[in-house]
Design a protein around this ligand. Structure first.
Ligand SMILES: Nc1ncnc2c1ncn2[C@@H]1O[C@H](COP(=O)(O)OP(=O)(O)OP(=O)(O)O)[C@@H](O)[C@H]1O
Ligand SMILES: [Mg+2]
Length: 253
C-alpha cells in the first residue's frame, strides 16, 4: 500500500521543503518509488529538484481541478525512482477555485487514487492552514511536522494540532501524527538546547531522535537544483537526513 505523508507546519521557513526533498530522495531506490507532491504555490520543492517551474505545463493545479491526470503531470527528477508533481504560482488560484466546489477537501485524496504505483507519497505543504493544507491532511495517512530550533518554535503548534484533530473529526479519521523533527539545530546556541528540551517534554517519543543541524550545504543545494546527496553527500546535512529517513521508514512499518 502506498504510504502517504504530509509535511506540515503553517509557520514559514521551518524546513518543510528541505525535509520533504531530502527524505524523499533518500527513500527512493530500486525497491521503492517515491512521488513528491509540491502543494505550495512557491514551488520550492519543484525548483529544488531542478524542474523549471514556470515553463512546466501540467502541475498540481491541473490535477486538483481535474484538467490533468496525476500520471500525466508527474515528472521524473534527476534522482532515480523519485518523481515530482510540480507546482508554481498558479496553484494559488486553486485554493480560491476549490472553495466553491463540493467535496473541496477531497480533491487531492481523489487525485492520489492514481498514485498506487508509488510506494511513498510525500506532500510538501505551504505555510498556511488553508484549503491546500486541509487537502493534504485529508489525503495523508500520517503527518510529519518540522520544527525549527529557534525562538517561538512552539508557537502555532497547538493550532496545528487542533487542526489535525479537527480533520480527524471530519474528513480523515485515520490521520496519525508520525512525528516531529527538529531542524536547523545549532549546537553552539543554548537556545537550540532549550527548544529541544521543550519539544521533547511536550511530544515525548513523537520527537524524532535524529536532529537536523543548521548546515550551509543544505541551504545551498536547492539553488543548484540538487538534493543534499547530489550536492555534498558527506556533509553533516546529508548524514542527518539519511538518518532521519531511516528512522522515518522504521516508524512507518
Ligand atoms: N538545516 C538547515 N540548515 C541551513 N539552512 C537550512 C536548513 N534547512 C533549511 N534551510 C534553509 O532555510 C530556508 C527555509 O527552509 P525551507 O524552504 O525548507 O522551509 P519551508 O518550511 O519549506 O519554508 P516555506 O514555509 O516558505 O515553504 C531555505 O532557504 C533553506 O535552504
Ligand atoms: Mg517550503
Amino acid at each position: 500500500m502506498t504510504k502517504i505523508i504530509a509535511v506540515v507546519n503553517q509557520k514559514g521557513g521551518v524546513g518543510k521543503t528541505t525535509t520533504t526533498i531530502n527524505v524523499a530522495a533518500q527513500l527512493a531506490g530500486p525497491r521503492s518509488s517515491v512521488l513528491l507532491v509540491d502543494l505550495d504555490p512557491q514551488g520550492n520543492a519543484t525548483s529544488g529538484l531542478a524542474i523549471p517551474k514556470e515553463s512546466t505545463q501540467l502541475t498540481t493545479y491541473n490535477v486538483l481541478n481535474g484538467t490533468a491526470q496525476l500520471m500525466q503531470a508527474a515528472q521524473k527528477t534527476n534522482v532515480a525512482h523519485l518523481f515530482v508533481l510540480p507546482a508554481n504560482n498558479n496553484l494559488a488560484g486553486a485554493e480560491v477555485e476549490l472553495v466553491g466546489r463540493e467535496h473541496r477537501e477531497f480533491a487531492l485524496r481523489q487525485a492520489l487514487q492514481q498514485a498506487s504505483t508509488y510506494d511513498y507519497v510525500l506532500i510538501d505543504c505551504p505555510p498556511s492552514l488553508g484549503l491546500l493544507t486541509i487537502n493534504a491532511l485529508t489525503a495523508a495517512k500520517q503527518v510529519l511536522i518540522p520544527v525549527q530550533a529557534e525562538y517561538y518554535a512552539m508557537e502555532g503548534l497547538s493550532q496545528l494540532l487542533q487542526t489535525i484533530q479537527a480533520v480527524r473529526g471530519s474528513t480523515n479519521p485515520q490521520l496519525e501524527l508520525l512525528g516531529i523533527v527538529l531542524t536547523m539545530f545549532d549546537k553552539r546556541n543554548s537556545l537550540s538546547d532549550q527548544v529541544q528540551t521543550e519539544v521533547a517534554d511536550y511530544f515525548g517519543d513523537k520527537l524524532f531522535k535524529t536532529i537536523i543541524p543548521r548546515n550551509v550545504r543544505l541551504a545551498e543545494a536547492p539553488s543548484y537544483g540538487r538534493t543534499i546527496y547530489e550536492h555534498d553527500r558527506w556533509s553533516k546535512g546529508a548524514r542527518a537526513y539519511k538518518a532521519l529517513a531511516k528512522e522515518f521508514e522504521g516508524r512507518l512499518v
